[in-house]
Design a protein around this ligand. Structure first.
Ligand code: EPU
Length: 337
C-alpha cells in the first residue's frame, strides 16, 4: 500500500482546480482496494474516477483513492447480443471506441463523454437520446466502510435523469470496480433522431448510418459545442435541465413564447437550462478566470487559475438570476465537494 501525503489533484479533475488531497493512493484491482481499506485507519476514503464531474471547493482532508482498475472483455455472446464487462478505472471514451472496433453497438451516442466506466452509472450518463441505463446490465462495487463486494442489478441502481442510488442514499459509500453492459452484435438499433445528429448525417450524405457513423457525428457535435477540458477546465453541463410542472410551464410560455421545451412525461416539461442561462445574459461572460462558456451556456469554465469557490460563486449568481427571471431553481449536475 503506497499512500502519499499532500498531493495536488489539479491534473486529476477536468475543472483543473488546484485542490489537495491530505492522503492519496491508486488502486489497480478489487483485491488491492480491499487490502488498502483493511489497513486504512482514518475516516472513509473518497473515491476519484476521471474527475470529470466534480468541483473541488477546498482541499480534501481524507484519503483520496483513484480507481485505476482496467480490463474489458465480452463475457457472453448470444442471439445478436453481447455482455461486456469493463473495469471501473477504464477511460469511458476509450471503452466506447473499443466496443466499436469489436462491432458492438449501444453506447456510440455516448462517445467522447469524459470520465471513467466506474463513474458512468453514478450519474447515469446520457447524451443524444441514449442513457447508460438503456445498456446497463449490472455492476460490482466495494463498500468502503467494510471492504465487502456487492453486486447491483438495474433495479437496485435506481437510475433517474443524471441520477442513481450512488448519488443519493449510497453517495460516497462505494467504489464501482466493474460494470457489465448489454450490447448488440447486430443488427444494431440506431439512435439518430436528435436534431444535431440528423443534420450532420444529412450533410455527410449518410442515409443508412452505422454505429461508427453515429459515433463520429456525436464526436463532431461535442467537439464543436463543448470545451475540451485539456484546453479549458470544465466538467460538462454544470446544471441539470429542470423538469417543471405543466401548469408552471404554461405560465412561462405566456410570458416567454419562444421558450425551448420538451415533454418530460407525467405532466412535466423539460426546459434546457442552457436556454434559461443564455436568456439571463450569462453566455460568454467571464469574471477573472471563471466563466460561462461562449458556445454552451450550461457549461461553466475555468480559464486557468479559478478556484472552486470562484466557480461556485458564479454558479450561485446564475441560479439566483434564473430564479428571479423565470421562477425556476437550477440544480447542479456536477458533484460539489
Ligand atoms: N440552448 C440554448 N443556449 C445554450 C445552450 C443550449 O439556447 O447556450 C438550448 C438550445 O435550444 C438547444 C437546447 O438548449 O437546442 C439543448 O441544448 P444541447 O443540445 O446542447 O443539450 P443540453 O440540454 O444543453 C444535454 C445534456 C448534455 C448532453 C446534451 C445532448 C444535461 C444536463 N446535459 O445538454 O450532457 O450532451 O443534452 O444530449 O442533461 C453533461 O451531462 O455533462 C452533458 C454534456
Amino acid at each position: 500500500m503506497d499512500i502519499q501525503e499532500n498531493v495536488s489533484l489539479r491534473h486529476l479533475n477536468t475543472f483543473g482546480i488546484d485542490a489537495r488531497a491530505q492522503y492519496y493512493t491508486e488502486i489497480h484491482s478489487s483485491a488491492e482496494l480491499q487490502e488498502t481499506l483493511r489497513h486504512w485507519k482514518g475516516s472513509t476514503p473518497f473515491v476519484l474516477g476521471g474527475g470529470s464531474n466534480i468541483l473541488f471547493t477546498g482541499d480534501v482532508g481524507r484519503l483520496v483513492i483513484r480507481n485505476r482498475i482496467k480490463g474489458r472483455e465480452a463475457v457472453r455472446r448470444q442471439a445478436g447480443k453481447a455482455w461486456v464487462a469493463a473495469g471501473g478505472g477504464e477511460n469511458w471514451h476509450e471503452f466506447v471506441l473499443w466496443c466499436l472496433d469489436e462491432g458492438l453497438g449501444g453506447i456510440e451516442n455516448l462517445s467522447l463523454i469524459p470520465g471513467t466506466v466506474g463513474a458512468a452509472p453514478i450519474q447515469n450518463i446520457g447524451a443524444y437520446g441514449v442513457e447508460l441505463r438503456d445498456v446497463f446490465h449490472s455492476l460490482e462495487a466495494i463498500e468502503l466502510s467494510t471492504g465487502m463486494e456487492h453486486a447491483f442489478g438495474r433495479e437496485a441502481c435506481q437510475f433517474g435523469y443524471r441520477d442513481s442510488v450512488f448519488k443519493g442514499p449510497f453517495r460516497g459509500h462505494y467504489c464501482i470496480t466493474r460494470v457489465v453492459f448489454e450490447l448488440t452484435t447486430g443488427p444494431h438499433q440506431i439512435h439518430s433522431s436528435y436534431g444535431a445528429i440528423k443534420e450532420i448525417l444529412a450533410a455527410r450524405g449518410i442515409t443508412d448510418p452505422t454505429i461508427r457513423d453515429i459515433s463520429e457525428a456525436v464526436i463532431a457535435i461535442r467537439s464543436s459545442k463543448l470545451p475540451n477540458p485539456v484546453q479549458i477546465g470544465n466538467a460538462g453541463s454544470f446544471f441539470k435541465n429542470p423538469e417543471i410542472p405543466q401548469q408552471q410551464f404554461d405560465g412561462l410560455l405566456e410570458r416567454f413564447p419562444d421558450i425551448v421545451h420538451y415533454p418530460a412525461g407525467e405532466g412535466l416539461v423539460k426546459v434546457p437550462a442552457g436556454w434559461l442561462i443564455e436568456q439571463c445574459g450569462w453566455k460568454g461572460q467571464r469574471f477573472g478566470d471563471a466563466g460561462c462558456y461562449e458556445k454552451q451556456a450550461l457549461v461553466l469554465v475555468n480559464y486557468g487559475q479559478a478556484s472552486g469557490k470562484d466557480i461556485l460563486q458564479l454558479a450561485q449568481k446564475i441560479v439566483d438570476s434564473v430564479d428571479e427571471k423565470f421562477g425556476v431553481r437550477l440544480m447542479p449536475e456536477v458533484n460539489v465537494v
